[in-house]
Design a protein around this ligand. Structure first.
Ligand code: COI
Length: 365
C-alpha cells in the first residue's frame, strides 16, 4: 500500500462504553483535556508499506516496549482542533485542512511521514461519528476537543528517523481553557529561556516545544501568571508567542498586529481572526514586534489590547505582562473590546450561529 487516501477504516466498538448518566455528568463540567471519549483512531505507517490499518478502536492504554524510540528522542507531532454542535444537532469542525497541512509541516520537520490531508480529515469524521454523543450541546460554549498526534513507534535506541510510526486521534469534551474566558490572563515575560531558535522546531507543533515551555511556565505560575511569553532566542528583543498560543496586539487606530517569525506556530485561530478583520475593513499587519514597542505603546496608550489566540484558548484577553523589572498593564476589557467582539464572531461561526462566509466549516456528523 502506498500513501494514497482513502484507506478503508475498520471499527471495533467499545463493549464497555461510558454510561449515559456518567457521560452527562462529564459533559456538564468537562474541564479541559481530562476526560476522554470511548474510542480512538489508529493508523500505522511503515517506511516500506506507507499508511495502512486505519481503525477506530476502544479508547485505552497503549502497550509499548520501553525501548520504543518515542520515549527517548521525542519524535512526535500533534494538532488541536474542535468539533462544535450546531443548533440543528449537526456537528462541524473548523478548517480541518489547515490543521492537516500544519501536521504535515510539523511531521516533515520531525522526519515523520506526512499523513495525506484526506486521511486526516476522514479520521476526524470516523471518530466523531462513533463518539457523536460526546459532543456537548449547542450554546454552552463547550466543544469536543480533537487531538490528532503521530509518534515514532519502533523499538530501537539508535538515533535515526523511525521506520514504523503510528498516527492516533483521541477526543476530549472541553470547556474553557482558562477558567473564565472573558477574564484577562496575566502573562510572565521569560528572559532566561527561549522556546525556539532559528532553524529549530519553533514552527512545528511538536511535544518538545511544549516541554521546553514547562520550566518557564512554573516560574510564571510562581509569579501569579497563567502563561509565559517568549522572545526570540537570537536578539531577545522580538515577541514570539506564549507557551501554547499566539499573540495579537490592537492599536488605538484599530490596527490589529501579530508578530511574524519563522519560529512561531502558524495558528489557525490567528489566521482566521486576521481574515475576519480584513473582511471587515480592519487593517491587519503580520510583522516583527519588539517587546519595547509593546511596552512603550501600552504605556503611551497606543496599544489598547493584547490577546492570546489559539484553538484551546480561542481569543483570551491579556491583563498584565509581568517581568522582574517592569510590568505592562493593558486597559480593562469591556463588552465592546475588540477581543470580546472578535471572539463572539469567531465562536458564532464555529457554533453555526453566524454565517460561514469563508466556507470554513466541515460537517463531521
Ligand atoms: C491548542 O490550542 O490546541 C493547543 O494545542 C495548545 C495547548 C495549550 C492546549
Amino acid at each position: 500500500m502506498t500513501d494514497r487516501a482513502p484507506l478503508e477504516f475498520t471499527i471495533e466498538h467499545n463493549q464497555n462504553p461510558t454510561s449515559d448518566a456518567e457521560r452527562a455528568e462529564i459533559l456538564a463540567n468537562p474541564g479541559f483535556g481530562v476526560r476522554f471519549t470511548d474510542h480512538m483512531v489508529m493508523i500505522d505507517w511503515t517506511v516500506d508499506g506507507g499508511w495502512r490499518n486505519a481503525r477506530v478502536v476502544p479508547y485505552g492504554p497503549l502497550s509499548l516496549n520501553p525501548a520504543n524510540a518515542i520515549f527517548h528522542y521525542g519524535q512526535e507531532v500533534f494538532e488541536g482542533l474542535k468539533a462544535y454542535r450546531h443548533e440543528d444537532g449537526s456537528v462541524h469542525t473548523f478548517r480541518p485542512e489547515k490543521n492537516a497541512k500544519r501536521l504535515q509541516h510539523s511531521a516533515h520537520r520531525l522526519a515523520l511521514p506526512e499523513l495525506p490531508v484526506e486521511l486526516f480529515v476522514e479520521s476526524l469524521e470516523q471518530l466523531v461519528r462513533v463518539d457523536e454523543q460526546w459532543v456537548p450541546a449547542h450554546g454552552e460554549d463547550k466543544s469536543l476537543y480533537l487531538r490528532p498526534f503521530m509518534i515514532a513507534n519502533e523499538d530501537f535506541l539508535g538515533v535515526r528517523a523511525a521506520e514504523t510510526v503510528t498516527y492516533m486521534l483521541i477526543a476530549s469534551p472541553a470547556g474553557a481553557y482558562f477558567s473564565d474566558p472573558t477574564r484577562p490572563v496575566d502573562i510572565w515575560l521569560e528572559t532566561e529561556y527561549s522556546r525556539a531558535g532559528r532553524g529549530g522546531t519553533g514552527s512545528a507543533k511538536c511535544g518538545g516545544n511544549y516541554a521546553a515551555s514547562l520550566l518557564p511556565q512554573l516560574t510564571a505560575a510562581a509569579n501569579g501568571c497563567e502563561q509565559v511569553l517568549f522572545l526570540d532566542a537570537c536578539s531577545e528583543k522580538f515577541v514570539e508567542e506564549l507557551g501554547g498560543m499566539n499573540i495579537v496586539l490592537v492599536y488605538e487606530d484599530g490596527t490589529v498586529v501579530t508578530p511574524e517569525s519563522d519560529s512561531i506556530l502558524d495558528s489557525v485561530t490567528n489566521d482566521s481572526l486576521l481574515q475576519l478583520c480584513a473582511a471587515a475593513g480592519v487593517k491587519t499587519e503580520r510583522r516583527p514586534v519588539t517587546i519595547d514597542e509593546w511596552r512603550e505603546g501600552a504605556a503611551a496608550g497606543r496599544i489598547t489590547e493584547a490577546i492570546a489566540v489559539g484553538t484551546a484558548a480561542v481569543v483570551s484577553p491579556i491583563g498584565t505582562l509581568k517581568h522582574p523589572e517592569f510590568t505592562i498593564e493593558n486597559p480593562p476589557v469591556t463588552a465592546d473590546s475588540f477581543s470580546m467582539r472578535i471572539r463572539a464572531k469567531l465562536t458564532g461561526i464555529q457554533n453555526g450561529d453566524e454565517p460561514d462566509e469563508f466556507g470554513w466549516l466541515h460537517r463531521l456528523a
